[in-house]
Design a binder for this molecule. Structure first.
Ligand code: ADP
Ligand code: MG
Length: 681
């Protein structure tokens, strides 16, 4: 047997079982070895009977002190009862529908049991598993791995399969971490790691195995990103002339902030470097990323190339097209919009303008990546709110040009430590300064007792000519009715609370044109209150909105709340954010109060990281990166940083991974990125 032998070579696995295992994506011995437990039951500690706690399963060692009694209660239900004892106390054991037990549990013999004390029946344990002390086996006295299961596949069966696979194939596992790295970071070898993750002898072994596997996963991941980067930047391009910005600056309606100037200079430096730019522009909501993007577009156009600006939604694409038209239209740049909802004739016209080069700046949605879009001379790709795009999508768009420059913009502040991983293939510019005159959004945490005062506050904002967002966590009413839904709350506000005001509705289940209509009307001031779901989270810009009320605020992550809050405070007027929450949970309260205390997105992201762990950043697919397996089980930032540093040592240019010794690493990198959504070619 080798690593890639089919599971049917194992004892007890015939075609039927193999089929069931396939539902868990397990086909080969290697799949089994890489099928990690989702948790463990520590059955190594023996607890005296008098110390058993209700509801907490543990191991205990006890003597059977009565003959097992089998009682037939009715058809289909029988009960076996037996008394056991140790030096500290005695217990009743109760088994349902196991008539054969009376022949397996013998009076006067000692057993290891694993089970939990019942909550409400006194000293009783129901259905414990057991093994004779004279013949300990697989279910007690050890740290038992608990696997994710599917119909027909039991944990016991998986334990047995994995044990067999370890015995047959663990020796063949390739070691992808160079010996020097393992030594430097004190990591165990691959065979030991796989053995211990499935059958740890102690908690320490388990910790060591996990650390090694998390490290490995990040190492592969970082190596992959470094390779992407190396492949993109080890290319020669014609350097742009960058002495063309004077007209841009003088046409700008306001002086740029220092941070904007700095970021533009970094971009210009890349454009003139003779290698493709590969840059992430991170800036808090309202920091003015669009100006930086516009400067990059201007420079590109002045160098005789086209620029493409990709936004995640039609609403945002239209908004960006308007803004860029305002900034670059007066300078003579020809800008066109390409979205899915364009009519056939308009679309044909747009496509031919893109192809013949007369469209100098093309703003659009995913429509930009479709095959029929052909640029005459694409020089720059800008992707806004990049976490909504997969890395694959930005790769597809750059494939439309001959190694065009790439600028990725994100308003989701990611803690620096994680940014290193998530954006390891990009250089980073940060806008850490808001345009002058911005007042901080005053934020309040309230509960239901404040409801009528908040209604009055909404009314006051509207009577002063301002507008209000009300954010609900759900679109429609749920069964249990615990969450406010946009649909029924909008109706309630319109019919009973604010019959004299104009209430709009916007949520993700509405059709494209309906959504556009709702937003356009709000932007034009034709509605006073917009009840919406998180569809307004990203980028929507209505400067006249001065209040955002967020219902069930505890349902959102801090970074998400911060994004939502960024919808107000975009004009000159003082703005407010009201967080409704009825949660009494101390941790939840602390989280929400942290948001009231600061407007700094990066600090909030750091707090989110500290309070909820990096799962929120890596556990979701939002970032468009492949899902990590072990790392999301137990994340350790130090390990992450170490793996990043170690990978950086090995990947210095695009040929770094060609040495035969690193072939296993290369294979894993390719598997991770191709199995996910990233292509490495
Ligand atoms: P972001 O995309 O980073 O959230 P935007 O580019 O949409 O921010 O800019 C937010 C608002 O700030 C816009 O209304 C824009 O016109 C304005 N703005 C941008 N830069 C400046 C500046 N330097 N001075 C004054 N206002 C600015
Ligand atoms: Mg923006």
């Amino acid at each position: 047997m080798d690593l890639f032998s089919p599971v049917t070579e194992l004892r007890g696995i015939g075609p039927a079982r193999a089929k069931q295992l396939q539902k868990l994506q397990i086909r080969t011995l290697y799949d089994l070895l890489a099928f990690f437990p989702r948790g463990y039951e520590d059955r190594t500690q023996l607890v005296p009977i008098e110390e058993l706690q209700p509801g907490q399963p543990v191991c205990f060692r006890a003597l059977v002190i009565s003959q097992p009694q089998l009682h037939r209660i009715r058809k289909g239900l029988d009960i076996t009862r037996v008394q056991v004892a140790d030096a500290t106390g005695r217990l009743k054991l109760v088994f349902f529908n196991r008539p054969y037990l009376k022949d397996q549990l013998h009076y006067g013999e000692e057993y290891f049991f694993y089970g939990a004390l019942a909550d409400d029946y006194g000293a009783q344990v129901t259905n414990p598993v057991f093994e004779p002390v004279s013949k300990p086996g697989a279910v007690t006295g050890r740290i038992l791995p608990i696997y994710p299961l599917t119909a027909g596949v039991t944990n016991t069966m998986l334990v047995s399969c994995v044990q067999q696979a370890l015995a047959a194939a663990a020796d063949a596992l390739p070691e992808i971490l160079p010996a020097q790295v393992r030594m430097e970071y004190g990591l165990c070898g691959v065979k030991q790691a796989y053995r211990a993750i499935h059958a740890p002898q102690s908690q320490q072994e388990l910790t060591d195995a996990r650390r090694r596997l998390v490290f490995e996963e990040f190492f592969i991941f970082s190596a992959g990103l470094s390779m992407l980067r190396a492949e993109r930047t080890d290319v020669h391009t014609d350097p742009y002339r960058t002495d063309v910005l004077d007209r841009f600056w003088s046409a700008l309606p306001f002086p740029p902030t220092g941070a904007q100037r700095r970021a533009v200079n970094e971009v210009l430096h890349d454009l003139s470097s003779g290698r493709p730019m590969n840059r992430l522009l991170q800036g808090d909501v309202g920091s003015g990323k669009t100006v930086v993007a516009a400067a990059a577009c201007w420079c590109t156009v002045k160098n005789g190339r086209q620029a493409a600006f990709m936004a995640p939604t039609e609403i945002l694409a239209e908004q960006h097209a308007r803004t860029l038209e305002g900034l670059l239209g007066p300078l003579g740049v020809k800008i066109i919009l390409l979205t899915g909802s364009l009519g056939a004739a308009a679309k044909r016209a747009a496509l031919s303008a893109i192809e013949d080069g007369s469209a100098q700046l093309v703003v659009g949605t995913h429509a930009l990546i479709s095959a029929n879009v052909r640029f005459q001379r694409l020089g720059l790709v800008i992707a806004d709110e990049q976490h909504r795009f997969g890395v694959a999508q930005r790769t597809q768009l750059t494939a439309k040009g001959n190694c065009p420059h790439l600028l990725v913009m994100s308003a989701t502040p990611i803690p620096r430590t994680l940014a290193l991983i998530a954006y390891g293939d990009l250089d980073v510019s940060i806008l850490d300064e808001l345009p002058p005159g911005r007042r901080r959004v005053e934020t309040y945490l309230v509960d239901e007792s404040m409801r009528s005062r908040i209604h009055a506050f909404i009314r006051r904002q509207c009577s002063e000519g301002h507008q209000v967002y009300v954010i609900c966590p759900a679109v429609e009413d749920s069964e249990d009715g615990t969450l406010k839904s946009a649909e029924s709350w909008a109706e309630a506000l319109e019919k009973t609370v604010f019959p004299d005001l104009r209430v709009g509705l916007l949520h993700g289940k509405m059709k494209g044109p309906e959504k556009d209509d709702a937003l356009t009307r709000f932007a034009a001031g034709e509605t006073d209150i917009l009840v919406a779901t998180t569809v307004v989270e990203v980028g929507v810009d209505v400067p006249n909105a001065t209040l955002i009320v967020i219902e069930n605020a505890d349902r959102f992550g801090l970074s998400q709340l911060h994004q939502l809050r960024g919808r107000v405070g975009r004009g000159g007027a003082q703005s407010y954010c009201v967080l409704f929450s009825s949660s009494r949970n101390a941790e939840t309260q602390a989280r929400l109060k942290a948001l009231c205390a600061t407007n700094d997105g990066f600090r909030i992201a750091e707090q989110d990281l500290a309070l909820r762990g990096p799962g929120d950043f890596f556990g979701s697919r939002q970032h468009g990166l492949p899902l990590l397996k072990v790392a999301s089980l137990q994340m350790d930032l130090d390990t992450l940083r170490q793996a990043q540093a170690a990978a950086a040592q090995y990947i210095t240019d695009s040929s770094s991974l060609t040495s035969p010794a690193l072939a296993p690493l290369r294979a894993r990198v390719q598997a991770l990125f191709n199995g996910g959504e990233i292509s490495l070619n």
